[in-house]
Structures are given as structure tokens and as C-alpha cells.
Design a protein around this ligand. Structure first.
Ligand code: SF4
Ligand code: SF4
Length: 115
């Protein structure tokens, strides 16, 4: 399947990835490694690094726009799982465009668009 994210990673270094604290594995049933998270509020945590300016998640390895991977892909929190690259499922994601633009990358085009 087409996966533009493996040569991008822009959203992991643009948005704050925050989530309810119980998604981290310090809580029963949580899966996201707690040592890679930072407390944001009494009830919310963030992926460490995404709360900084400029943001960059500590779980993102590689060079943005070239070759990247999330080292906790299967354990990533809900905001990451819910964030879809533009057009991968046929839906435009303006936030994907915005993150890419912030890193000097063009917006993704719908499959078959030869512009
Ligand atoms: S946990 Fe993975 S998908 Fe989520 S912001 Fe970090 S690197 Fe990106
Ligand atoms: S900005 Fe879009 S294409 Fe880039 S990694 Fe995030 S979802 Fe994927």
C-alpha cells in the first residue's frame, strides 16, 4: 500500500501529540512507553519532544523528508494512530499539508493526479 509517511515524518515534528495519560503503559491497559512521554497536565501527557519549540517527537528516527520511522509505531498513542496522510484513504488532510509545508515539502497529491 502507498505509504508517503516513510519518506516524510513532518507531522511528528510539527504538532504537539497529546493524549489522555492512561494511554501510557504506566497505567493499566496503556501501551505507549511512558519513558518517551512527558506530563502535560494532571490528566494529559505528550510524546516527549512534541511539547517543545520547534517540536520533534523523540520516537521519530531518521531525516524528515527523506527516510523516517516511528520506533514505537505499534504502540503509538491515539492522536498518531488517527492522523492520516492526505489521500491515503481518499480523504484530504489539511493538517498533513500544513506539517509538510512547514518542512518545505509539497502537499501530497491524490493518486492519479499528474499535476
Ligand atoms: S509517537 Fe510516532 S507517530 Fe507519534 S509523533 Fe512520535 S514518531 Fe510520530
Ligand atoms: S505529514 Fe502527512 S505524509 Fe507526512 S508523515 Fe505526517 S501524515 Fe504522513
Amino acid at each position: 500500500m502507498w505509504n508517503p509517511c516513510i519518506s516524510c515524518g513532518a507531522c511528528c515534528a510539527h504538532f504537539r501529540a497529546s493524549f489522555y495519560w492512561s494511554e501510557a503503559d504506566a497505567a493499566a491497559g496503556g501501551i505507549t512507553p511512558s519513558h518517551l512521554t512527558t506530563k502535560l497536565t494532571p490528566h494529559h501527557a505528550v510524546m516527549s519532544g512534541t511539547e517543545k519549540q520547534p517540536p520533534r517527537c523523540v520516537a521519530l528516527h531518521g531525516e524528515i523528508g527523506k527516510n523516517v520511522r516511528c520506533v514505537i509505531h505499534a504502540l503509538r498513542p491515539s492522536p498518531c494512530r488517527e492522523f492520516q496522510a492526505s489521500w491515503v484513504d481518499g480523504v484530504h488532510n489539511e493538517r498533513c499539508d500544513r506539517a509538510r509545508a512547514a518542512h518545505g515539502l509539497p502537499p501530497l497529491s491524490p493518486p492519479g493526479d499528474t499535476r
